[in-house]
Design a protein around this ligand. Sequence first.
Ligand code: SF4
Ligand code: SF4
Length: 311
Amino acid sequence: MLKHGVFFGLSLVVGNTLLAYLIGSEQLLAIQLDDPRRHWAGLAAMMLFSLLFYAIFARFREQACTFICPYGRFQSALLDTNSLLVSYDRRRGEGRAPWRRDQDHEARRASGLGDCIDCRQCVAVCPTGIDIRDGTQMECIHCTACIDACDAVMNKVGRPAGLVRFASQDHLERGEPQRFTRRMAMYSALLAALVGVFLWLVDEGKPEEHPVLEHPPADLRGGPWGGRQRPLPVEVRLEHPPGSVRLLGATNPVVPVGQYLQASALVDLDPDRLTGSTTGLELGIYSGGRLLERVSTQFSGPRPRPATPSP
Ligand code: SF4
Ligand code: SF4
């Protein structure tokens, strides 16, 4: 029960994270905290995702790794005999036979046996259920659980660790230790550069945030309105320049009692109205047709279109 409790807890986290990726974290938080009756579809999606991941954790791990995750399929296209993989050292391990207390390493060697004592611990811990001693297989996700299991066994029988280790097929066949090659250095540098470019792109793509009201007046907080505590319906209008403004995800925005309303706004302007990389905006906050506050803010980018030369 504890195990399945942990599985379900993890599934909730993973399922909610995936949902946040699809619908945005604000929307997800609203589904979690609002009255459930207002978010039937969102709650159903949340439960569906969580149950899906729970089913994978509890019952279909091997199937997910083998048939759903594309990693294994990529391997057959991307690997060659120089690729660094979780590998079983066949030269050292064969032939296999259970370990006997009365037989030391020399005696095992003399009778044609290797270091593998056929305990199958590497198979027992493998999340995809394969036997790494059969060679590189599509199902291997390189989690290294078999390396740890085998190292523990080697430690117990007094043999050096590394019967299952990261090594390339070529190095294992030649019986050479794995070295950090020029190719590895080149790919590591390339990967570091790609990660750098990715982080830079993520930073570039961050949406601009412009606080419309840093210090909203008491009137703009849901609450004392007409002498009673009640939610405050609001409307945002673009006063200047001509155009329109729309709050995303809030068709009829209402400020809850004693709280603030936070929303992203989509401003639609005629490109000719843009005055450079930032354009001044004047927004009006209304409630029930009454102007509560006029706010000046900035609209960043895009820059105005260059004038088209006349023919
Ligand atoms: S690395 Fe992981 S998936 Fe691959 S054989 Fe070892 S335990 Fe199995
Ligand atoms: S854990 Fe190591 S010793 Fe045991 S069967 Fe696997 S490879 Fe052989």
